[in-house]
Design a protein around this ligand. Structure first.
Ligand code: COA
Length: 171
């Protein structure tokens, strides 16, 4: 099964692709690790994603890469530019469908995003993750990201405070 990585700005997504992305974001095993997410009914969230993707081309703060296997969306990554400083610090958000974990999809998505970020003149990439997210931390470290900061008790989630780790990669 061949993994394809698609730039959603260059290849507009189909309705079924957007639906698959929302399903990944809403999957309980994914949501467990997300810090920010919309707590809405499916159709409303889908509508927001449709709007986001319809305006994507004109949004210069974000880039989206989509991973597909046999034309099915299995994961996606967003690069969010956080500031307009010379470093153009950009944050990575990523989710992979749990059925496809451990097959290198996140690794490939992040590698592609590093290339894209360099092309866009980004000098610093960051990954903000719950301290307990060992899989995310492992992938970040494997790709050369360094732990920059631990934000103590930054995240209130599921009834308790969690530390947030910030990993960074200078490009
Ligand atoms: C984190 C996530 C994106 C990783 O996706 P993935 O496609 O499974 O990642 P990969 O297959 O490229 O790599 C996973 C690596 O982590 C390792 N791993 C998996 N679970 C692990 C764990 N609990 N502890 C340490 N390492 C772990 C795998 O062995 C693999 O290592 P390897 O590449 O050295 O073999 C995926 O688990 C996910 O979508 N999680 C929910 C959403 C999320 O956490 N997003 C990030 C928020 S910042």
């Amino acid at each position: 099964m061949k993994l394809e990585i698609i730039n959603a700005k260059l290849n507009p997504l189909k309705e079924e692709d957007i639906r698959a992305i929302v399903e990944i974001e809403r999957h309980p095993a994914v949501r467990k690790w997300l810090v920010e997410y919309a707590d809405e009914e499916f159709e409303r969230e889908l509508e927001e994603y449709r709007r986001f993707f319809s305006e994507l081309k004109s949004n210069d703060r974000v880039e989206v890469l989509v991973a597909k296997i046999s034309d099915r969306v299995t994961g996606f990554l967003a690069l969010w530019r956080m500031d307009d400083s010379a470093e153009r610090t950009t944050s990575i958000g990523i989710s992979v469908h749990p059925d496809y974990w451990g097959r290198g999809i996140a690794t490939n998505l992040i590698k592609e995003s590093i290339k894209l970020a360099k092309e866009r003149g980004v000098k610093k990439l960051i990954i903000e993750t719950l301290e307990e997210n060992s899989a995310m931390k492992h992938v970040a470290e494997k790709l050369g990201f360094k732990l920059e900061t631990v934000r103590k008790s930054k995240i209130f989630k599921d009834g308790m405070y969690h530390d947030e780790d910030v990993y960074s990669l200078q490009l």
